[in-house]
Design a binder for this molecule. Sequence first.
Ligand code: AMP
Length: 288
Amino acid sequence: MRLITQALMTLFKHYKDLQLYLTNQLVKPVSVGFVPTMGALHAGHLSLIEQSKKRSGITVSSIFINPAQFNNRQDFLKYPSTLEADISALEENGCDILFLPDEKEIYPDEASKNKHFDIGYLETVLEGKFRPGHFQGVCLIVDKLLNIVNPDLLFIGQKDFQQCMVIKRLIRLQNKAIKVIVCPTLREKNGLAMSSRNLRLQPIEREIASELFKTLQSIKQKIPFTDFIQLQKKAIGHLNEKGFKVEYLQLAKAADLEIVNNYKSGEAYVILIAAVLNEVRLIDNILL
Ligand code: AMP
């Protein structure tokens, strides 16, 4: 059941207004689906909106480029912003509510950033290892947004595989009754995982960047018959030749992200990669 019938999206800049609106306008059992983003929206983001619309009574999205999750200042300063196009895209795709806070709204003072989340092992490997503090920043913003929106369903992308695990852990830690729906990675025709950061790549670099997924696919094909360490060495060599600086290319158990060197058939694995191409850091993964 849904009380508000509106073709237009409602935009909130202040969390108190959004909370008041959600409390006053919604009559249970309307389910709230939430899609948090950092903007520069692409079809991957919009696929999460689509999923939320299918499964929730009302869809809330947010756009906030969260400074707390950037361990590299330049990456933060160069993060793309396409706000007008984002608002139109959300509206056209039937998003009901957009939360668009500024930095002061989320972090009114230094104390508002002082919270530590016990995410354990996940913080010590892969993205956690190469981006110190990143997942604390992710938890900080996701925790704040979940407290504000109080969704029933949370839609996030498999592209950020480790982030999905961190967010699930955060939700468990905070004892929240939120169902997390992990949605598949949307890709360009050449296989490149859609990402806001792709806007910083030239067309020729986007072609080169598609090598990341092609490499993951090739390893997936060969891994039942070939030693992973050999495949890893060859793939890193190949990507370096193409102009990437590979930060990691690892095989891990999909259930807990334990890094392993050997593949055994019958178990669920994921291969994860992070590589920098012309100062643009890209990540991707493939499930086995
Ligand atoms: P971001 O704006 O990069 O913080 O991403 C917001 C949400 O969109 C996160 O849950 C991402 O995992 C998800 N997302 C990003 N890229 C894609 C993609 N190519 N396909 C599906 N979901 C994605």
